[in-house]
Design a binder for this molecule. Structure first.
Ligand SMILES: [Zn+2]
Ligand SMILES: [Zn+2]
Ligand SMILES: [Zn+2]
Length: 488
């Protein structure tokens, strides 16, 4: 590390001890960093020396505040234009005067004066105790653009006009200021709360392209609708909650799509189907976003699933047994789909857990097969053991050539990864197996009443009585008989 000899003690701020840049203000006490210097020149109060209420940038030995006269050697801070004692923004001129000057140019309606409607707003800004923040704000090119738009006498100064401006957060801030200074009528309270919430949630979206889409959707669809409601009367909490939920779902959808390596532009019907699979109720709230995206050609036209039931009926034991029965016998459904759904229904495991199983989680002790869903492993009675082992055999044959290391029970298309929940949901849907996702808790109740061995018995399979079938006689069931099962 190189060190210069100039790094003497006096190049550190006399007040906070941090290093100062060359050209920093030098007061009798020493150099002042920019932060301490600015803070000193924005501090007003009663001077500990002369007792006058004025700017007190100095610090007395006992820590009290001092005016420039009592501190001595700090400089002269009366503004040449307004006479106020303040930090100067330009030689001899305070920040407030510079702010007023810039606003009079930005808000000029073409007559050389500020557009009359905007005078309370300009005056309000100039009353800010720290004009510096106002100056920083109006230095933004997009803020200048917004202010020039409002200054145009042909533009009505209304909430509607503000809605057409961007970017969002600056508009929200400007709207607050205009309402605060009485230029705009106060907006609906729920609407204002929604806008504030929206500003925060938008700022939290990491990917700029997602933020941009959601911002457009919010401005042109969700807010427009809320405003229509607000014209007829105060917004209800429910209307605003629905709007929030729609925004949240649109963000979740874009993130989900991103995880699949896609954007709105490359999203197809298969993606939409996967999104809706099994979680219709929660995802119903994306309808509005998807229709909007199609209308604005951000998304190629797709069919949005429509269900009339908003709340799927809870699964009953009878339905559980009927579905397991169907999974056992339906040879037209791929084995993989049958096994995954059977495991969910038999053991009340969430889909994500089922997909993390590897073939090493399937254990054999003599004729007894068990599966490691927890500790201890759960026994897998016949006829389910047979189904599971047949799947493992098929699976190994299919995948070893291309992906020898994948030991997932349900391998995915991506190397080394298990199948995604969405892919499995799509498969379940294809075969009219009712959505099982999110039903784990409901199924768990049913599992307590009828665990796997009981289900096996209820479905007519009994280990002690070969091929004695209660519900169904015939060939389909006989092959599940204990004697027919060859241990692998
Ligand atoms: Zn400092
Ligand atoms: Zn004094
Ligand atoms: Zn001034």
């Amino acid at each position: 590390m190189s060190r210069t000899r100039i790094a003497a003690a006096e190049l550190f701020c006399a007040r906070c001890g941090r290093g100062v840049r060359r050209g920093a203000a030098r007061w009798p006490e020493g150099y002042l960093c920019a932060t301490c210097h600015t803070h000193a020149l924005e501090t007003y109060g009663r001077c500990a020396g002369c007792g006058v209420d004025r700017l007190t940038p100095g610090i007395a030995p006992d820590g009290g505040r001092l005016c420039t006269d009592c501190a001595g050697g700090l400089g002269e801070f009366f503004c040449e234009l307004c006479g106020r004692e303040a930090r100067r923004h330009r030689r001899g001129v305070c920040g407030t005067c510079v702010l007023a000057e810039r606003l009079s140019i930005l808000l000029d309606d073409g007559t050389g004066r500020i557009r009359p409607q905007l005078i309370p707003f300009a005056e309000g800004l100039c009353r800010m105790s720290r004009p510096r923040s106002g100056l920083t704000w109006i230095a933004n090119p997009h803020v200048q653009q917004m202010l020039r738009t409002l200054a145009d006498p042909l533009t009505p100064i209304t909430h509607e006009t503000l809605n057409s401006l961007s970017p969002w957060r600056s508009v929200a801030y400007l709207r607050d200021l205009l309402m605060h200074h009485g230029v705009l009528p106060p907006a609906d309270r729920q609407l204002v709360l929604f806008q504030r919430w929206l500003g925060e949630i938008l700022a939290g979206i990491e990917r700029p392209e997602h933020r941009q889409i959601v911002e457009r959707f919010a401005a042109w669809h969700v807010q427009r609708r809320l405003r229509r409601f607000a014209e007829r009367g105060p917004l209800t909490a429910k209307q605003s909650q629905q709007a929030r939920a729609e925004i949240r779902r649109s963000i979740a959808f874009l993130a989900w799509l991103g995880d699949r390596g896609r954007g709105l532009g490359s999203c197809g019907q298969a993606d939409i189907d996967a999104w809706y699979a099994g979680a219709y109720t929660a995802r119903r709230l994306t309808h509005g976003f998807l229709r909007w995206a199609i209308r604005h050609q951000l998304l190629t036209p797709v069919t949005i699933p429509h269900q009339t039931t908003t709340n799927p009926a809870p699964i009953t034991q009878k339905q559980r047994l009927a579905t397991i029965h169907r999974l056992l016998t339906a040879d037209d459904i791929p084995l993989l789909t049958r096994v995954a759904a059977t495991l969910m229904l038999l053991y009340a495991q969430p889909l994500t857990r089922i997909l993390r199983l590897s073939i090493d989680d399937v254990l054999h002790h003599g004729n007894q097969v068990s599966i490691r869903l927890g500790d201890p492993p759960s026994p897998v009675p016949e006829p389910f053991a047979d189904l599971l082992l047949r799947h493992i055999d098929q699976r190994l044959n299919l995948t070893t050539a291309t992906n020898p290391d994948a030991r997932w029970l349900f391998p995915g298309r991506r190397g080394g990864q298990p199948m995604t929940p969405e892919a499995l949901e799509t498969r379940l849907r294809q075969h009219q197996i009712p959505g099982l996702r999110g039903r784990t808790a409901a199924i768990r109740q049913l599992v307590l009443q009828a665990p796997a061995p009981v289900v096996a018995t209820m479905l007519g399979y009994h280990p002690d009585h070969t091929a004695r079938l209660l519900t169904e006689a015939g060939a389909t069931w006989s092959r599940y008989a204990a004697g027919d099962h060859t241990p692998r």
